[in-house]
Design a binder for this molecule. Structure first.
Ligand code: DGY
Length: 327
């Protein structure tokens, strides 16, 4: 029996590659950088399934080039803003993602960013390495307390709620905003108070973003909303870069409209080394690593493989993004 033909657009952990190799005729993109568009489009021609990353744009052009035999696009991420899901659904192509397995790991990193920005960890490290540490300084690198502060969570899904669990341990007051208000039981579990965004932003000492990227959330944190925040507030973004207007953030950090930002995701992404955000001491940036623990990336790989294999076998994906294709 001929094996299904699949393309995997980067080397992912073996937990995902091993089952794919065993069941499919597979090409794996070997470079550390994503395949350039032309190479991607060539590689997917005639494929039954493609395992994509958030750096691969899946649109009509992609689907045309893959051909009508394409059954599944399995995205190695919980987010899928790189995939035109409606275009896939129209053609009966199943789309899969990796929800759940990265919730706690992503919240760990968001919490790390919150703590690091509050306590000025990267500035302190640079200060020591630059040979500036001459004495104990009573005024040196002071920042706000985390314990007892107010955390504003924007997007109260799985990861937002995982942030609330961490905040509880620090005795913080938790306020949240979401398009849909959480159930009374969830609010009670986290002692979390629902607010409109314009109610939340002026009250929060820390604002942590956990929304999907969509037309509604693109540019959500813009100049006007940054202006509603406290001058002492710290913004944390582990959601998607375009949720924040980058140039408005530069202006707010320079003017002291807010105190600091800590970003795992940026717009553009990657951020060029000469981008104004990188030149700011009150902005901490890491390269989109929120889910990057060994165990979690292994789980994501095995989940993405399970979606890919189910799809090429014509079965329902374990975690479909467009279940409507199954009627
Ligand atoms: C996702 O899964 O959407 C993250 O951004 C990468 O793990």
């Amino acid at each position: 029996m001929t094996k299904p033909k699949v393309f995997v657009s980067r080397i992912i952990p073996e937990e995902g590659l091993a089952p794919i190799r065993a069941a499919c005729e597979v090409e794996i993109w070997q470079d550390e950088l994503p395949p350039p568009r032309d190479a991607l489009l060539t590689a997917i021609e005639g494929c039954d399934g493609v395992l994509t990353l958030l750096t691969d744009k899946v649109d009509d052009e992609f689907l045309d080039r893959a051909g009508p035999q394409l059954k599944v696009v399995s995205n190695f991420a919980v987010g899928f803003d790189n995939v035109d899901v409606a275009a896939c659904t129209k053609r009966g192509v199943a789309v899969g993602n990796t929800p759940g397995v990265l919730t706690e790991t992503t919240a760990d990193l968001a919490w790390t960013l919150l703590m690091a920005a509050a306590r000025r960890i990267t500035e302190g490290d640079r200060y020591v390495r630059d040979g500036k540490w001459k004495t104990w300084g009573p005024m040196l690198l002071m920042g706000p307390d985390v314990h007892g502060a107010t955390l504003g969570i924007v997007g109260f899904g799985r990861i937002g709620q995982a942030m609330a669990r961490r905040a509880k341990g620090f005795g913080m007051r938790v306020i949240y905003h979401d398009l849909q208000r959480a159930s009374k039981a969830v609010e009670a579990e986290y002692d979390a108070t629902y607010m409109t965004l314009d109610g939340l932003l002026p009250q929060a000492d820390f604002v942590s973003l956990h929304v999907n990227l969509s037309p509604e959330t693109k540019g959500l944190i813009n100049a006007e909303r940054l202006g509603w925040m406290k001058p002492t507030a710290i913004l944390i973004n582990t959601a998607r870069g375009p949720v924040v207007d980058s140039m408005a953030l530069v202006a707010a950090l320079e003017a002291g409209t807010i105190a600091a930002a800590a970003l795992d995701v940026t717009d553009p992404e990657p951020l060029p080394a000469d981008h104004p955000l990188i030149g700011l001491d009150n902005c901490l940036v890491v390269p989109h690593i929120a889910s990057a623990s060994r165990v979690t990336r292994g789980k994501m790989a095995s989940m993405a493989a399970a979606n890919l294999l189910a799809g090429v076998r014509g079965k329902r994906l374990p975690t479909p993004v467009n279940p409507e294709i199954y009627g």
